[in-house]
Design a binder for this molecule. Sequence first.
Ligand code: PMT
Length: 411
Amino acid sequence: MNTPTLPPTAAALSGRHVLVGITGGIAAYKSADLVRRLREAGAQVRVAMTEAAIAFVSPLTFQALSGAPVRHTLIDADAEAGMGHIELARWADAILVAPASADFMARLAGGLADDLLSTLCLASEAPLCLAPAMNRVMWKHPATQDNAQRLAARGVHLFGPASGAQACGETGAGRMLEPMQLVDALGQVFASERLAGRQVLITAGPTREALDPVRYISNRSSGRMGYAVAEAARAAGARVVLVSGPTALPAPAGVERIRVESAQQMHRAVFDRVASCEIFIATAAVADYRPAHPAEQKIKKHADRLSIELIRNPDILAEVAALPKGPFTVGFAAETEELERHAREKRKRKGVDLIAANQVGNGLGFDREDNALVVYGEHDVWDLGTADKRELARRLIERIADALEKRGTAP
Ligand code: PMT
């Protein structure tokens, strides 16, 4: 018998930690071959099974193939003393549940964590991939379709199902993909994660500079651009810390957010974290000046005129860019005129690797869903076009990954 060769995408699995989840279904017998192929591709594999899966295949089979003990109970004193379930969730670079039964998909869609595997899926920030396998009528059922859509909308990768003859004797959609197809699909997930394993620090939103206990100077930044960049970096596999000025936006999933108010607080939060980051993206609209002497009590309106003395805030981006052995730096330039000239000049003056220029004012840039960006490097220019901020953020992250690869610092 010929041994099938691994697909080219399998190369992206080398050294990765893959947690294979197995739920109850006859396709579970194919998961043994899947574990074998993943190991051939150079992945480290751990297996977690549901109780229903154990009725179909023995954990011992998977222990032998993965080379590690198989977990199936949530409360397991021996296992918790070694690699506990939260550590196992953290250990995984990806979770691949194959086969994923209709019941398991429904529990995931509902956010349940009532057994080990569903808990691991909920407790992990790694990409979650499901290989559905079930009778064709169950797959077609509106409840299962609805669950599949809800999961996909949350970023869960669905591999298959395929169509064909089923173990139940029927023919239709619901077959689990073949192990090699699953290896290929998982390889593609890793290959698309261009910032996998990178630490990215991002600033977003406005800052508020206190005049007195109830008033401040600020700007029109909503935080949307910076939050979109954080989301895109996370989707590209990075570990993301977002230092955010005051906004009404929820933190993107899987992103650690540190809330600050003033430029000085943002400066402190950035310098607390900058040593461990490899990429710094300054999207925040940081106030360049702050009141020199904020009043301790509310300022009373006695005089016809009031002057406020302002002093310079620290330039966070320029200071990060000047660090010896500092991170790759990406700034934003918000300009109301002569966009290219000011952006290029700002990039040079602040000493940053790339600067993303956007026209602002007259309803552009700030506090809206879309934007237009042109990115300037020392030698390169990329026009990212006009688009929704999330799409622009995705394009920006691609350019950053290109620039890092070009410079030869790929992970
Ligand atoms: O938040 P939104 O409503 O989505 O709007 C998005 C945006 C227009 C705010 C965003 O796209 C943007 O342009 N952000 C940068 C705004 C800005 O302050 O630009 P600047 O040209 O003044 O500053 C240049 C760069 O230096 C920026 O990366 C800024 O974060 C950084 N900077 C500026 C001053 C300072 N004291 N510290 C800094 O780090």
